[in-house]
Write a protein that binds this ligand. Structure first.
Ligand code: N01
Length: 560
């Protein structure tokens, strides 16, 4: 049925869900979306979520490649808002595999009875704020339109895959699979010649497992990144007992973290009693190395993030970088090969560091060839494979672990328009200004979970999402209480936060390396730090201050 208040939507092609106006519609039903749905329902709001995938799982739903596993410890890579979940769910391993994370979210959706308010297999293709009724109009891929007062986006900051910029990609006739669109069932690699492009987190995890399955593996490596072993293991009853006693304290500690980083907990009494981070500059070089050795033995991402000042002190960062470089030789006996694998000369952490299992060792297998495409970039793909330095490598299956249009890509690939009629894509072409990485000028009643300008991808995203969901829900409750319907960000407040984000990124080693953190992996994307680098503690302080001021950075108005 056509609707006169629709702006920019093809009203002849859509069916408006006329009767119902929701308080809030949520795009995405992964970690952020599920929690937002639960919290807003608890607060008595009429709310619905849309999810492109056939079930929940978030980014993990699509990333079914061999070895996909979280590199933040499972005990903290999960919700903390629900005593039911705390009491009833139990993780099996220190680092949860992708299937277990999907099972967890699917269980949560069922246990909290969220499924009845989620439309699965339903992608939102347009979302326009209509100046007439001051509502958000969301159009699905199936042509339906839903209206709501508030629009909450939670598409996942790392969910829009990108293809490598290599000539001849369409010429290749073998099987080509992106890690973030892994098919079910996966390809049978037995007896096959496999190529992998990309050695970031995804490539690092899948390379050891693919090497075990295929006849020959060619790894086309451009950047040699920092790597630490996960030292994954099953979680025991004793671990769980420990966790139950320390849970509240550890969660509080993570929320106070002053630097970026995942937030591992180590299940270790000694470390549990310490602050999570130590100031590297307060230690001698010798002490720093001892500290790093201890962390190295414990494994995981927090080896590199051991020091609070790893990003602000170039000297401390250099020690961490050198330490991790020196460790390659402990895995690889062949000194020439070890040199080829040593992380490049860029500061640790300015490209997302990798955590895995048997990664460096895999390169010593006789069926694995390392092809350096840094010194000699891949010339092109052909019908049969890839050409590097004039040599054609014949490949049956080509795996693209080539990354994502991170943080903004999932939102700019949808036609989202605010009250000026400009799309988010147009607005962000000038830079990703925001208030707290949550709201934007020109986009009333629009909220981002994991948006640019928040710490999201530099922290344990699950915990940051939880915090943002609660903050957004508090804002909606405040508006309901004061009888307001529309919240517009004050331009001055947006400018102040954006300047803070930009300033934080000028400290220390940030912004010195081409990476997806600054949008450098997507041709034409504006180079700009995509996350707030000032740490979770400062972010929480700023958000809490805003809440205490009863959301003074917004201009509120009643419904038309
Ligand atoms: O992607 P990436 P990812 N020729 O962008 C290379 C999260 N995650 O999917 O660095 C040759 O990191 C590119 O090379 P370079 C995590 O936040 C988490 O691995 O540009 N190579 C790089 O090596 C992570 O950071 C988990 O020189 C080309 C790789 O492709 C984020 O997702 C698991 C190329 C892309 O690496 C993304 O990780 C998985 C070309 N033309 C993902 N184009 C865990 O929790 C690109 N590359 C463990």
């Amino acid at each position: 049925m056509p609707h006169s208040a629709l702006v920019g939507l093809d009203v002849t092609a859509v069916t408006v869900q006329e009767e119902k106006i929701y308080d809030a519609l949520i795009m995405g039903a992964g970690f952020g979306g599920l929690h937002a749905l639960h919290r807003l329902r608890q607060d008595g709001f009429k709310v619905m979520a849309f999810e492109a995938a056939a079930d929940t799982g978030g980014a993990w739903y699509w990333n079914g490649y061999p070895g996909a596993r979280c590199d933040v410890e499972s005990l903290v890579y999960c919700y903390s808002f629900s005593p039911i979940i705390d009491a009833e769910w139990r993780w099996s391993e220190r680092y949860a595999g992708r299937d277990e994370i999907c099972r967890y979210l699917q269980w949560v959706a069922t246990r909290l009875d969220l499924r009845k308010d989620i439309r699965f297999s339903t992608k939102i293709v347009k979302a326009h704020f209509a100046n007439g009724d001051q509502l958000w109009h969301l159009q699905t891929e199936h042509g339906e339109v839903f209206r709501a007062r508030h629009f909450i986006s939670s598409p996942g900051p790392i969910s829009t895959p990108i293809m490598p910029d290599i000539p001849g990609l369409s010429e290749y006739k073998g099987q080509m699979i992106h890690t973030a669109r892994w098919p079910t069932p996966g390809p049978d690699l037995a007896g096959k010649r496999v190529g992998v492009i990309g050695t970031g987190s995804s490539g690092t995890q899948l390379i050891p497992l693919v090497a075990e399955q295929c006849a020959h593996l060619y790894v086309f490596m451009r950047t040699r990144n920092y790597y630490s072993p996960a030292r994954n293991r099953p979680l025991t009853d004793a671990d769980y007992e420990w966790w139950k006693t320390h849970r509240a304290e550890i969660r509080a500690k993570l929320d106070k973290s002053e630097v970026s980083g995942g937030g591992d907990i180590f299940l270790d009494e000694d470390i549990a009693r310490q602050p999570i981070y130590t100031n590297g500059a307060d230690l001698s070089r010798q002490e720093r190395l001892q500290f790093l050795e201890r962390r190295w033995e414990l494994g995981g991402a927090m080896v590199g993030y051991a020091f609070r000042d790893v990003f602000t002190s170039p000297e401390v960062n250099a020690d961490v970088s050198d330490f991790l470089r020196s460790k390659v030789r402990t895995f690889v006996r062949d000194p020439e090969l070890a040199e080829k694998l040593e992380p490049g000369k860029f500061p640790f952490g300015t490209k997302r560091p990798c955590v895995g299992t048997r990664y460096f060792e895999t390169f010593e297998r006789p069926n694995v060839s390392l092809v350096d495409v840094k010194a000699t970039p891949m010339e092109r793909l052909t019908e049969k494979g890839a050409v590097v330095a004039g040599k054609e490598y014949e490949i049956d299956v080509l795996i693209l672990a080539s990354g994502f249009d991170a943080v903004t890509g999932a939102l700019t690939s949808i036609d989202i328009r605010g009250e000026s009629g400009r799309s988010l894509k147009q607005v962000w072409a000038e830079g990703t200004a925001s208030l707290l990485g949550i709201s934007l000028v020109e986009f009333p009643n629009f909220y981002m979970i994991g948006g640019p300008g928040s710490p999201s991808v530099l922290t344990n995203v699950v915990r940051t999402n939880e915090f943002q969901v609660d903050w957004i829900a508090d804002l909606l409750c405040e508006m309901r209480k004061s009888g307001n319907a529309t919240a517009r960000v004050k331009p001055r407040a947006q400018q102040a936060w954006t300047e803070k984000v930009e300033k934080a990124a000028t400290y220390g080693v940030w912004g010195k390396t081409d990476s997806w953190y600054i949008g450098a992996n997507v041709p034409g994307k504006k180079r700009q730090i995509l996350a707030f680098t000032g740490g979770m503690l400062n972010y929480r302080k700023a958000c809490n201050q805003e809440r205490d001021s009863r959301f003074d950075s917004y201009e509120f108005s009643a419904a038309p």
